[in-house]
Design a protein. Structure first.
Length: 369
């Protein structure tokens, strides 16, 4: 039996030692990979941009229909120039990728414009709010050969989540049987939210929005390439003043490899929580189980990004921070440059979007009854 374990000392139940992936480093420099940031409705555009720059990208343009948002963005990223219009960005042959965090129901149409201009597109989640938008994006990808990339940040920006994938890939808990995901979020003062946040047509619904993270993680950890919906539910339990808001959602799927999946998302993070929400993933395998406490480890002084792992050999607590880094962004840049699919396949990104959209659609129909 063991407890706090450094990842480099971890041995699996069969005696094999965990192999750390190579350290994360910039994959390019200078103007090897030029990007623009547009559609600044969600603050995620800051993290997306910072992660791309850390991986070696060069930020050339910033644009939003609201000049105040651009001005604020340039305070953080002064190396960019303010574009006069979206067309100025799309007409620039030097720009290879456009990153965006637009209003959710505008993300799909914006991506089509970007790809039709010959550039790859990197959007915040949720990438779509309707199945029609998803089909239009698939068609445009086929016609243009460009990429429609999605920042499913609850895995891609979490070292615990990335390390968990490495552990599973190396056989730490055997074949994955079930993933249970919990994604609570803090609503905060309503005045801190834009109007579109409370309009169903614009944000798409809670399963479509923050549920998209959960669907992507299920596919990654289980290796499933498709899934059948078992049930889905959404509610507005406590916010009657915002009738179009959904503050609770849950859904269940069965993967095409037999893996089970349940997730719950909500807007009920208590005020005393140290993070935006106690996001957790519980993964059950044939030879062990693990729990990811990505954002907080409540009632302790431990830093976030904790993994609790139990196998046939022992019990382990792993501090994932500063172990494997956030390699997705560098791998994504190389995928754009080399036209490869190491960071995330297009099929995977679209399937995660499809799952959350199907769950939202079913929940909406059930609620209407």
């Amino acid at each position: 039996m063991s407890f706090l374990t450094h990842i480099s000392d971890l041995r699996f139940h069969d005696g094999r030692k965990f192999i750390l992936p190579p350290p994360v480093k910039p994959v390019c420099s200078g103007r090897d990979f030029v990007i623009a940031a547009v559609g600044m409705e969600h603050g995620h555009i800051y993290g997306m941009t910072a992660s791309l720059l850390a991986a070696g990208a060069c930020l050339k343009w910033a644009w939003d229909a609201d000049p105040a948002k651009v001005e604020k963005f340039l305070e953080r990223f002064p190396q960019a120039a303010a574009a006069a219009s979206l067309e100025q960005v799309l007409d620039d042959p030097e720009v290879q990728l456009v990153a965006a965090a637009a209003i959710p129901n505008e993300r799909g149409p914006l991506g089509i414009k970007v790809m039709q201009a010959g550039k790859d597109y990197f959007t915040d989640k949720a990438p779509f709010t309707t199945l029609k938008q998803l089909e239009q994006a698939k068609k445009t990808v086929r016609l243009t050969g460009r990429k429609y990339l999605v920042c499913y940040s609850e895995r891609l920006n979490s070292e615990a989540a990335m390390l968990a994938g490495d552990l599973i890939e190396q056989g730490a808990i055997g074949r994955v049987l079930q993933v249970a995901g919990f994604g609570p979020h803090r609503l905060g003062p309503p005045t801190s939210r834009p109007d579109w946040f409370f309009r169903k047509k614009q944000y798409g619904g809670i399963l479509c929005d923050i549920g998209s993270h959960q669907c992507e993680q299920f596919l990654h950890y289980t290796g499933a390439t498709d899934a059948k919906l078992n049930f889905a539910r959404v509610e507005n339990f406590a916010h009657p003043q915002f009738p179009e808001l959904e503050d609770f959602g849950e859904a269940s799927f069965t993967g095409n490899n037999g893996a089970s999946f349940y997730f719950r998302v909500d807007w009920f993070t208590p005020a005393a929580m140290r993070s935006f929400g106690d996001g957790r993933i519980i993964i059950i395998g044939t030879d062990g189980q693990m729990e990811l406490r990505k954002c907080d480890d409540i009632c302790s002084y431990r830093v976030p990004q904790q993994i609790y792992l139990v196998d046939q050999r022992g019990q382990y607590r792993i501090e994932a921070a500063q172990t494997v880094g956030l390699r997705f962004f560098g791998e994504m840049i190389l995928d754009c440059l080399n036209r490869s699919e190491k960071a995330m396949s297009q099929e995977h990104a679209f399937k995660a979007a499809e799952m959350c959209l199907l769950a939202q659609q079913a929940a909406d129909r059930f609620r209407q009854k």
